[in-house]
Design a protein around this ligand. Structure first.
Ligand code: IVH
Length: 675
């Protein structure tokens, strides 16, 4: 490449990198994969080395990514939150090791290897053992003040066990893979844009203007660095991790001390093969020099320390041919285009379908039938299409056209304002009924075993069931007449359907499938409203007093009950004998009272405290509402304590709870009264 081309390419790369950083950090919505981004940075770095005349201190190779949003107050970090240099492959780790040995003038000795969590870097500041501030990394020097949001993260300690007077630590906030999947499924069904990967979901959840939204996402933190302490610097990194653990911070247990480069590489190899076994997303291994004195000698550049390196796991990719693009219809009518692939193995899993999410995504990536696509397993679990290989496109290919009608019932489709999804407009669409039945029967709802995919198909296609209430009028004769249904299985299924009538009101509320009302929200609604009738009549303001219910969820609840068919469905379910009100106060000294537990209770696991309270007739809820009688706050209580104070709900400490359970303390108030 000559000078002129190099200059042009450098300029282009700088622009592209800055744009990708803005999408990744600013919008939590990247449009290329992490690996592709890393390769752009790498190309720029090598061009800047080859053509030093074009070096520029403001080049993205010299700065730490991460813009700040004006929505949050700026926080100057007491110690810069540096980035890490990346190593792709073992040779690059070895090269880093050799360079470190040269700088130190000796064998570097011991290292600590940790997993590189793919989340959002945060700094937490404690004064006299109390959390006073939490911030994002931002550009490394100045971050965003997200204290209120971080306080809602359960594993962020709010107080420390005898920590130093002044302490700033750094850690990673992330969304465990299971929770990520659930969140995306809910968003998909609600017609909202899905998060590309757990990291974006975590970042999007944490950088919320409303801490209530953050609180509703099951974020977690793991802490790995002391940025500043008034209590004397630890001499080694192992000691840092031990101290952090002792003060009460969650520390990832998958770290290992490694005495040599070979052991370091062994750790990298081990986790490259096992990354899918982790409950969270890791994108590599961080290798850190153990000895603090040597770290100081090695020093840092403006961007990253010389004493550490990030070994990046190789991307898990494969090429696959899109045989067809089909459209699936979900429970709430959302149309999801799915690419049917000639099966390939990526990241150890066989993949034959991949969701294309929505029309907008297909348009952006221009995916067509017959195309060869690059697949990547992001977040370790869900494969997705990174891009199309244009050179492999068949000559006669045509752009994909989104359906004008529901592929199942032919009803027109519509896009609701503010949503990316198309929806089928029919209420009697068989696909929606089938998915609705499967949801109704699922484990977390009415838990009707044996009502699998084939059976639901048969029931709906033969017109035996037109809505979920239809299940309760099925007869043995009807079931026996279905293919592959023996007398015995028909009886079992009827038994299961009959038993489902015993399910509590909260399960029924979840099972009927109101948009945006998940299992947790249904439970909270059921503890705030005693019956379906009360819920039907509740104005939006009353609904919004329930935790996790904002204007959108409240709007969906109202919209559900405004549809005549839904109201008659609820009536039919009631007539079938399902519970439409919560069980009234249990007998016992605490009957009629609702408790919410927060924080850890010394010597009493939460499940036991719950059992004991219920044994005395109380109800134990999961969120604080005006209807809550008492909040029991243990150590490190979460945002629930603050909410209790705000709503004026009386708060009991662990001793008061013990006295209550022992019968030494008598509650005076009922349903919201004082202690
Ligand atoms: S140490 C100066 N340890 O990786 C050393 N970082 O590319 C600072 N990360 O921004 C980082 N897991 O957000 C360190 N165990 C770990 C990590 C970790 C994830 C992130 C961190 C940092 C990025 C660097």
């Amino acid at each position: 490449m000559d000078r002129k081309d190099a200059e042009a390419r450098i300029r282009q790369l700088r622009g592209e990198i800055l744009e990708h950083r803005r999408r990744y950090y600013g919008e939590d919505a990247p449009t290329i994969s992490d690996y592709e981004y890393d390769m752009l940075e790498r190309e720029l770095r090598s061009l800047e080395e080859l053509f030093p005349e074009f070096r520029d201190p403001s080049s993205p190779t010299r700065t730490v990514g991460g813009a700040r949003s004006k929505a949050f107050l700026p926080v100057a970090h007491p110690v810069p939150l540096l980035s890490l240099e990346n190593a792709f492959g073992e040779e690059e780790v070895a090269a880093w090791h050799a360079r470190l040995a040269r700088v130190l003038g000796r064998d570097p000795g011991g290292f600590v290897c940790e997993l590189k969590l793919d989340g959002l870097s945060v700094a937490l500041r404690y004064r006299n053992g109390v959390l006073v501030q939490g911030a994002t990394r931002g550009d490394g020097l100045v971050g965003e003040d997200i204290t209120a949001n971080l306080k809602t993260v359960e594993s962020v300690p709010k107080t420390l066990a005898d920590g130093p007077a002044d302490l700033v630590v750094r850690g990673e906030v992330f969304l465990p893979l299971d929770d990520f999947q659930t969140l995306n499924e809910e968003r998909q069904e609600s017609g909202l844009e899905v998060f590309a990967n757990p990291r974006n979901a975590a970042a999007g959840s944490l950088r919320q203007l409303d801490p209530g939204v953050t609180a509703s996402r099951p974020l977690a933190v793991l802490v790995y660095q002391v940025l500043r302490t008034s209590g004397g610097e630890p001499a080694t990194h192992r000691e840092t991790l031990e101290r952090l653990h002792g003060w009460g911070f969650p520390v990832d247990s998958n770290w290992r001390g490694c005495g040599s480069l070979e052991e370091v590489l062994e750790f990298c190899r081990h986790w490259t093969g096992r990354r899918h076994e982790l409950p969270y997303d890791a994108d590599g291994v961080v290798v850190k020099l153990d000895d603090a004195g040597l770290r100081d000698r090695a020093g840092a550049t403006a961007r990253s320390p010389r004493w550490a390196v990030a070994y990046k796991f190789p991307p898990e990719r494969a090429h696959a041919v899109v045989e067809r693009i089909e459209v699936q219809v979900g429970r709430t009518g959302v149309l999801t285009p799915v690419a049917r692939l000639d099966p390939v193995t990526v990241g150890g899993a066989r993949v034959s379908n991949v969701s294309l999410h929505n029309q907008e995504e297909i348009r952006r990536k221009d995916v067509r039938e017959g195309d060869t696509v690059v697949l990547e397993r992001a977040g370790g679990v869900i494969p997705y299409v990174v891009r199309v290989l244009p050179e492999a496109r068949p000559v006669l290919s045509r752009p994909y056209e989104s359906p004008k009608a529901c592929p199942v019932c032919r009803a027109p489709v519509r896009r609701t304002e503010g949503e990316v999804a198309l929806r089928c407009t029919s209420r009697s669409c068989p696909a929606q009924i089938k998915e609705g039945l499967r949801h109704f029967a699922s484990r977390g709802a009415m838990d009707i075993e044996g009502l699998g995919r084939v059976l639901t198909e048969n029931l709906v296609d033969r017109g035996l069931v037109r809505n979920v209430a239809g299940l309760y009028s099925l007869t043995k004769g009807q079931l026996e007449a279905l293919p592959r249904m023996a007398a015995r299985s028909a009886e079992n299924l009827l038994g299961q359907i009959g038993r489902s009538k015993e399910k509590p009101f909260e399960k029924v509320l979840y099972a009927v499938g109101i948009r945006l009302v998940g299992a947790e929200t249904a439970r909270d609604l059921a503890s705030a409203f005693p019956s379906m009738k009360a819920l039907m009549e509740a104005p939006p303001e009353a609904l919004q007093e329930v935790e996790g219910v904002g204007p959108k969820v409240a709007g969906e609840i109202r919209a559900f009950f405004e549809v005549g068919e839904n109201v008659s469905l609820v009536r039919s379910l009631e007539a079938a004998g399902l519970r439409m009100r919560r069980e009234e106060a249990g007998e016992g000294p605490l009957g009629g009272l609702t408790f919410v537990l927060t924080g850890s209770l010394p010597g009493l696991p939460r499940s036991r405290a719950k059992e004991a309270l219920e044994g005395l007739g109380a109800r134990v809820g999961s969120s604080v509402t005006r209807q809550t009688s008492y909040v029991v706050a243990g150590e490190d209580p979460g945002g629930k304590l603050e909410r209790a104070r705000k709503l004026g709900v009386p708060v009991l400490g662990p001793e008061a709870l013990a006295a209550l359970l022992a019968g030494d303390l008598k509650p005076v108030g009922r349903g919201g009264g004082g202690a």
